[in-house]
Design a protein around this ligand. Structure first.
Ligand code: SF4
Length: 232
């Protein structure tokens, strides 16, 4: 997995090059890809963020405000590393966008000259039903926004996602052996019974008759990243 993540970073640098002074990872999720990005681009690698290991994982906290406070507590920018630098900030995914939005603000406050976000996976547009707890469709920032709009919503100077082909090739595994459901909407393992997930799960043109206004409906029929623009 480590080698594949480094290869994804290399591929990301080929697909989304940028003129910059320093590549920094979002620790720890972005570290291998940042190493790959730096190696491929020739831009120096550095640690511009330190992580407080004692703060809980942000995505299990209940509210938007708490999540953002959590991010503030969890990552600290190293001003002496960041000040005046044009940064490439590498992470593995964007889910709600809260982490990256808070991060961009923190890095600018710490004196970064430019902040270019690079993500070593395609946009996450679909929920995971296989155990990774990361939000409903309504909360996924990549639903309803273009890459440029997501970048603007995060406050970044630019944003680049690795392509699905690039990600799969970096794994050196046949595509048929990989789950890509949260990127592609193609679920490789049968979903739980229709009455638990909604029988129109993958056909979302309109709400089914009698669908609740929140809960399941939010999960399946949300407006996606459109609400991201309203986030503080
Ligand atoms: S790739 Fe599949 S298993 Fe992994 S998070 Fe996405 S949907 Fe879940």
């Amino acid at each position: 997995m480590h080698a594949a993540r480094v290869a994804m970073g290399r591929r990301l640098a080929q697909e989304h090059p940028v003129e910059a002074d320093l590549v920094i990872p979002v620790p720890e999720s972005g570290t291998p890809a940042a190493v790959g990005y730096a190696a491929e681009s020739g831009i120096r690698f550095g640690q511009g963020l330190t992580k407080n290991a004692y703060v809980g994982r942000t995505f299990i906290q209940p509210s938007q405000t708490l999540r953002q406070l959590g991010i503030r507590l969890k990552l600290n920018p190293l001003k002496e590393v960041i000040r005046g630098q044009r940064l490439v900030v590498v992470d593995d995914t964007i889910v709600r966008g809260n982490t990256q939005r808070a991060l961009v603000r923190m890095l600018r406050e710490a004196g970064a000259a430019e902040v270019h976000i690079r993500i070593s996976a395609p946009p996450v547009k679909w929920p995971c039903f296989y155990g990774i707890d990361f939000a409903s469709r309504a909360e996924l920032i990549a639903n309803g926004l273009t890459v440029e709009e997501i970048g603007a919503s995060l406050g970044a100077d630019s944003l680049g996602y690795l392509s699905a082909e690039g990600m799969i090739e970096a794994t050196e595994q046949p595509a048929s052996q990989l789950c890509t459901a949260c990127f592609s909407g193609r679920y490789p393992i049968e979903l739980p019974p229709a009455h638990r997930l909604g029988k129109h799960l993958l056909e979302q043109d309109e709400l089914p008759l009698g669908a609740p206004e929140d809960g399941l409906a939010t999960l399946l029929y949300g407006v996606g990243g459109a609400t991201a623009l309203d986030h503080p």
